[in-house]
Design a protein around this ligand. Structure first.
Ligand code: GLU
Length: 281
């Protein structure tokens, strides 16, 4: 057994589909080749969309596909207090501020200023009286990580941020991290007590994940995750981003392709091996 520890981290917003199965195959295959282990983590921080019955169904489908995970499934919704402490720590370093703007407020302001859509957002804390007034009114807000403050705090270290990438073909690359392209990062959400980037990096550190293997739809997240890891003093895993399975229309496979859910394929009499071939891995 090497010290290779990876994880499979689905969000239980629906039944497991072929895209998840492909991702799971990549994760378990990498662990098998390295003689390492896979941990299972249920990323159910979005309590509006995630449902416990989907978690049960995911475990059942994974077991049917033949995957085995190390004991103990981490359920993120049981650990909000731990994610809060990350935001509190970053706040104690002076790196965060309360942001009262919604995404559409930001888009509208940027359009008014003649900025192209998607321009990275950089904000400032409100003056204390104004902030207190909004808080009294019960206005909703998110905690954002100020990249300007992070640059000041880390100095040269900010510009040296980089991560190890292993391509699916096994080539090693060092990628310079570009958190700036993402703007100030939301650490909480209006509809959830924490945000993906916080819960994910916290758990990758807690679970001693050495290798993160996930779809290339999340390739950009690594640029943000290495910044949070640096600020928190957490180790950096190695990243691999695999191709996504495409639906019959050439678009990313989405959960609405209900007929492609693992449960439906199993009900149609397909074997786990056949599902694996359909997933293209
Ligand atoms: N929960 C994410 C998803 O289902 C995966 C996040 C990750 O692997 O970091 O897409």
């Amino acid at each position: 057994m090497t010290d290779f520890v990876t994880r499979f981290a689905p969000s239980p917003t629906g039944r497991l589909h072929l895209g998840h199965a492909a991702s799971a195959f990549h994760v378990w295959e990498a662990a098998r080749q390295a003689g390492g282990k896979v941990l299972l983590r249920i990323e159910d921080i979005d309590q509006g969309r995630c449902k416990p019955e989907y978690t049960d169904a995911i475990l059942e489908d994974l077991a049917w596909l033949g995957f085995e995970w190390d004991s103990g499934v981490r359920i993120q919704s049981e650990h909000f207090v731990e994610y809060d402490s990350v935001v509190e720590y970053l706040t104690s370093l002076g790196l965060t501020y309360r942001c009262f703007r919604s995404r559409s407020d930001i888009a509208a302001e940027q359009a008014k200023a003649g900025l192209p859509p998607g321009t990275p957002f950089a904000g400032q804390p409100l003056p204390p009286e104004e902030e207190a007034r909004r808080m009294n009114e019960g206005a909703s807000y998110t905690w954002r990580l100020s990249l300007e403050k992070c640059r000041e705090y880390l100095g040269a270290g900010y510009h040296q941020l980089a991560f190890d990438l292993v391509t699916p073909e096994g080539h090693h690359e060092i990628i310079k991290a570009r958190p700036d392209l993402h703007g100030d990062i939301n650490l909480t959400r209006k509809d959830s007590p924490t945000a993906y980037h916080v819960a994910c990096t916290h758990d990758d550190a807690l679970q001693n994940i050495t290798h993160v293997i996930r779809g290339n739809d999340l390739a950009e997240a690594a640029h943000i995750h290495v910044l949070i890891q640096k600020l928190m003093g957490w180790p950096q895993p190695v990243y691999t981003h695999h191709a996504l399975v495409m639906g019959p229309d050439g678009k990313r496979l989405a959960k609405r392709f209900a007929s492609q859910s693992i449960a439906a394929l199993r009900a149609d009499g397909l074997s786990a091996d056949q599902v694996r071939r359909m997933a293209g891995v």
